[in-house]
Ligand binder design. Structure first.
Ligand SMILES: [Fe+2]
Length: 292
């Protein structure tokens, strides 16, 4: 199949005003995070017709495409990101007690996947955890200085990727067998954590080429034709996805169970080499399943 059009929602200006009113009542991101963990941060908006329409649009696009790009919010250190993410009706994940929103700034001086300027792979987040997040929410703080040539983003809906692989050749068939029919291992670069199991199970996917390669190198788990399989998945994901850019405030909500996300190479503009430069930065948070 061909790529679907970009699922995007331009935030209603009056809803934006209401979101800003809720966001600006918090003195800090930490205060907004405390409310997001203890209560419903979007409570003041519940019952509002514009919020209900926005939330219905988010649900529709998430179920049809696995993601949605929300245009026109303010980059406010993660407060509006927390509020908008509450539309997904999940719980906020913490990376340390009380903290939800991470800030990443791209750098030419690191190899860390979350902020290297090098192009990434299509992947899911938290792929070696017992229970990966249900969704990832990312809000652009500063656009890449080299946009639109740099920092291309894409999200590939996994059912579309699978459909594409099923109509391909032998590498694609090997990829389908690998993803859906074999047990494998993924390992984390910076921890001893290892996950074993099937990448696609019960309609959900967990996947990261880097974690598969780390497991192969560290544990000596040889997968026949791993690189050819990863290349086939990449080709299929590129074919079924569309490139997009985000400006400051734009927010991407992505299912971490039904979609793979990707960003291309980023650039920096040096203002004083080597330490001072303009670069893309973003706020990121994860959501986990609501427990009964
Ligand atoms: Fe990611």
């Amino acid at each position: 199949m061909n790529a679907r059009p970009l699922p995007e929602i331009a935030i209603d200006p009056l809803l934006k005003r209401d979101i800003e009113a809720v966001a600006s009542a918090f003195a800090s991101t930490e205060e907004a995070e405390a409310v997001a963990l203890a209560d419903d941060i979007a409570r003041p908006l519940r019952g509002d017709q514009r919020w209900a329409a926005f939330q219905a649009g988010v649900f529709e696009k998430m179920s049809e495409c696995g993601y949605v790009v929300v245009r026109g919010l303010e980059a406010d250190e993660g407060r509006s990101l927390l509020i908008v993410s509450a539309a997904l009706e999940a719980r906020f994940d913490t990376y340390r007690p009380g903290r939800i929103v991470k800030r990443f700034r791209m750098s030419p001086w690191t190899d860390e996947l979350s902020h290297t300027t090098r192009a990434g792979d299509f992947h899911t987040d938290g792929n070696v955890s017992v229970t990966p997040p249900v969704a990832t929410a990312m809000q652009c703080e500063h656009e890449d200085p080299g946009a639109p040539e740099y920092a291309e983003q894409r999200v590939a809906f996994f059912p579309d990727v699978l459909g594409r692989l099923l109509s391909g050749g032998s590498d694609e068939a090997a990829a389908v067998a690998f993803l859906t029919g074999s047990d494998t291992v993924m390992a984390h670069e910076r921890s001893a954590e290892v996950w074993r199991g099937r990448l696609v199970e019960s309609g959900t996917i967990r996947y990261h080429p880097h974690s598969l390669r780390v497991a192969e190198a560290r544990l000596g788990v040889a997968v026949a034709n791993l690189e050819a399989i990863l290349a086939a998945v990449h080709r299929a994901a590129m074919a079924v996805s569309v490139p997009f850019q985000t400006a400051a405030g734009d927010t991407v909500l992505v299912s971490n169970r039904t979609a793979l996300h990707y960003r291309g190479a980023c650039s920096v503009r040096f203002t004083r080499f080597p330490s001072e430069f303009e670069a893309r930065s973003l706020f990121v948070l994860h959501l986990k399943e609501r427990t009964a």
